[in-house]
Design a binder for this molecule. Structure first.
Ligand SMILES: C[S@@+](CC[C@H](N)C(=O)[O-])C[C@H]1O[C@@H](n2cnc3c(N)ncnc32)[C@H](O)[C@@H]1O
Length: 299
């Protein structure tokens, strides 16, 4: 045993005696993660990386970081293994109505757009980095509440890098404790109790949503535009600033005039775009696309 504290941390994480990761190895894994996901892993998170890799390597009966690196980066088997690993290395925490102020803004803005809308095209909303779907269904609830009574159609698309969370999102099944942040009226209206203390999102909303794998680093592969709402929270925070700026610039282009880009508070403090106006608020980080005709909602 080289170091008693290593022994205890290994024991706690339950993956036995994986060798300590050398600095050079850490840099290789750090680069791979950033290159493929945009996520920048701080040096302080080396033990997280080591633990996560160690658990997966034990499952595969592999005890050498270099061998596992080759396995992840080689051939079609590597792509499959990468899908499993990247799902474990990315933060996927989410909640219904996680940012109630931003959600309230979206609701009011949808109503405003609907009232001033000249055309009758469906409203399209996009949640980028949607994890297991709670954000998508929260937006769908708001859209349904605001737009359906006015006879306006809508759709909400959720995209994420991880196919594992997307599978959960499509099912729309959540344990009762996940509904705690969901206003009761929405729960009653849009969720149905099923077995085992679980609830499923009503077909009415599931029919208006779709989920697909999109890497935020490769938005060209998802050429969707004409969006009324782009909701992108708690994803860019893990990226370098230049990358955040590049992604936000690309998102700005996809909004309809009067459409909104919702980011997380503090995720991009010094970013501006010539076509967007930032909403003045110390609780929100939301940008509205200018309307050349000065009329919100001219979709
Ligand atoms: C912390 S969750 C945020 C979920 C939700 N937006 C929210 O705020 O509650 C971040 C999500 O971004 C996804 N993600 C990480 N890197 C990504 C990338 N390069 N492209 C797309 N999604 C990514 C993760 O899989 C994860 O589901």
């Amino acid at each position: 045993m080289s170091n008693p504290s290593d022994f205890f941390s290994n024991k706690r994480s339950g993956f036995g005696m994986m060798p300590d990761m050398e600095e050079e190895q850490f840099l290789r894994w750090q680069n791979l993660l950033e290159e493929r996901t945009g996520m920048c892993l701080a040096p302080q998170r080396k033990s997280f990386l080591q633990t996560s890799l160690g658990i997966r390597m034990r499952e595969l009966g592999c005890d050498d970081y270099e061998d596992y690196y080759q396995r992840v980066t080689t051939g079609s088997g590597g792509a499959i293994e990468w899908a499993t690993l990247s799902d474990r290395l990315t933060v996927q925490e989410t909640r219904f109505f996680r940012d109630p102020d931003a959600m309230m803004f979206v609701k009011n803005h949808l109503l405003k757009m609907a009232k001033t809308s000249a055309q009758n095209k469906p409203f399209e909303l996009w949640s980028m980095g949607c994890s297991s779907g709670e954000e998508v269904y929260s937006l769908a609830m708001l859209a349904d509440e605001c737009l359906s009574p006015m006879g306006i159609n809508y759709s909400v698309t959720g995209t994420d890098l991880s196919t594992v969370v997307l599978r959960k999102a499509r099912q729309g099944i959540y344990p009762i404790r996940k509904l705690e942040t969901l206003p009761v009226s929405y729960r009653q209206r849009y969720c149905t109790a099923i077995e085992n203390n679980e609830y499923q999102i009503a077909p009415l909303l599931r029919d208006r949503t779709c989920f697909t794998q999109v890497n935020a680093l490769n938005l060209d592969a998802f050429p969707v535009e004409g969006l009324s709402v782009i909701y992108c929270q708690n994803l860019l925070i893990y990226f370098r600033r230049w990358r955040r700026r590049e992604i936000l610039n690309a998102l700005a282009e996809r909004l309809v005039p009067g459409g909104i880009l919702v980011t997380g508070l503090g995720e991009m403090v010094d970013w501006q775009h010539p076509d967007l106006i930032q909403v003045e608020s110390n609780k929100l980080s939301i940008y509205v696309r200018r309307d050349s005709n000065k009329q919100i909602g001219d979709r």
